[in-house]
Design a protein around this ligand. Structure first.
Ligand SMILES: Cc1ncc(COP(=O)(O)O)c(C=O)c1O
Length: 284
């Protein structure tokens, strides 16, 4: 029986319940985070909590906890799970109120947290890379908010699943944005290029880790708008997220990615970054 956290209490998931009037349920009015936990140690917790604050600020919802309180709740939940590698998911909604679009006054936020085993990609998936498809990004213009209103992302993820692909890489006005639940980075001439962290993408914490690791590993990293044509002619394409870590995209709409001896296979810069990323995780 899995133990979750709801509004100040740890309890079995079967006993955790929220009102049908919760604004998360009625409007998708809330934000969320997912922190990967390796060997019971949260990875980049401070960065995740800073992004949570950004999301809350953007939807004008007061943070119900200080960073220290959040850390205590996360640590408490992690300790209650029987597995070491975890994905700690938590969401904050604008609470329970009579249905009315405007913000309710003096209503406490709803805070829910659960932890699931962290299923990072298997070695054979890392070795082969993954298939992705492409689509026009039809989501809203506030993609930097880690909103629980995920319908656009859900539809894009299903678009990929229906085509036996892992993810949908999206373009807006001829430029790369991201994928339905991951960031997308490209490699050209030995350097990494990724879209800027603006309102069109989620500022991924894994993307941030890759940026830092690229500095360590002397790999050039440019943050700038990426044209769709640059994606199609890239030497390498990668996905990044807290659950996928960093993965090579080896086919896009069925066409092999890359060239020069690694067409349709993970490239040399990916292999270097994958090793740097693995080394950056808390050791067993
Ligand atoms: C739309 C989107 N972009 C990017 C990411 C990657 O973010 P992170 O590396 O923080 O997991 C996610 C993760 O859920 C996402 O949903």
């Amino acid at each position: 029986m899995s133990i979750v956290y709801l509004n100040g209490r740890y309890l079995p998931i079967e006993e955790a319940a929220v009102s049908v009037l919760d604004r998360g349920f009625i409007y998708g009015d809330g934000v969320y985070e997912l922190i990967p936990v390796y060997q019971r140690q949260p990875y980049r917790m401070a960065q995740h909590l800073a992004r949570l604050q950004h999301s809350l600020d953007r939807i004008r919802l007061a943070n119900p906890h200080t960073p220290l309180e959040w850390e205590t709740i996360v640590t408490g939940l992690v300790a209650k799970q029987p597995f070491d590698n975890q994905g700690v998911y938590f969401q904050v909604t604008r609470g329970v109120a009579k249905r009315d679009h405007t913000f309710p006054k003096d209503v406490p936020a709803t805070v829910f947290m659960m932890s699931n085993p962290l299923a990072t990609p298997a070695a054979d998936v890392v070795e082969s890379g993954i298939a992705c498809v492409t689509a026009v990004d039809l989501r809203w213009m506030n993609c930097d908010i880690k909103s629980i209103s995920l319908l656009g992302n859900v539809l894009m993820r299903q678009f990929a699943a229906d085509r036996d692909a892992v993810e949908t890489v999206m373009f807006r006005n001829g430029f790369l944005t991201e994928a339905s639940a991951s960031n997308v980075l490209i490699v050209r001439d030995g350097g990494i290029v990724a879209p800027p962290k603006d309102n069109l993408i989620l500022p991924g914490i894994t993307y941030g880790a890759i940026y830092d690791l690229a500095q360590q590993g002397n790999i050039p990293f440019a943050m700038r708008p990426v044209r769709e044509s640059e994606v199609w002619t890239a030497d390498e394409l990668w996905l990044s997220s807290s659950t996928k870590e960093v993965l090579a995209i080896t086919t896009l709409d069925g066409k092999p990615v890359g060239h020069a001896g690694h067409e349709g296979r993970p490239g040399p810069v990916f292999r270097k970054m994958f090793a740097l990323f693995q080394a950056s995780k808390p050791a067993p």
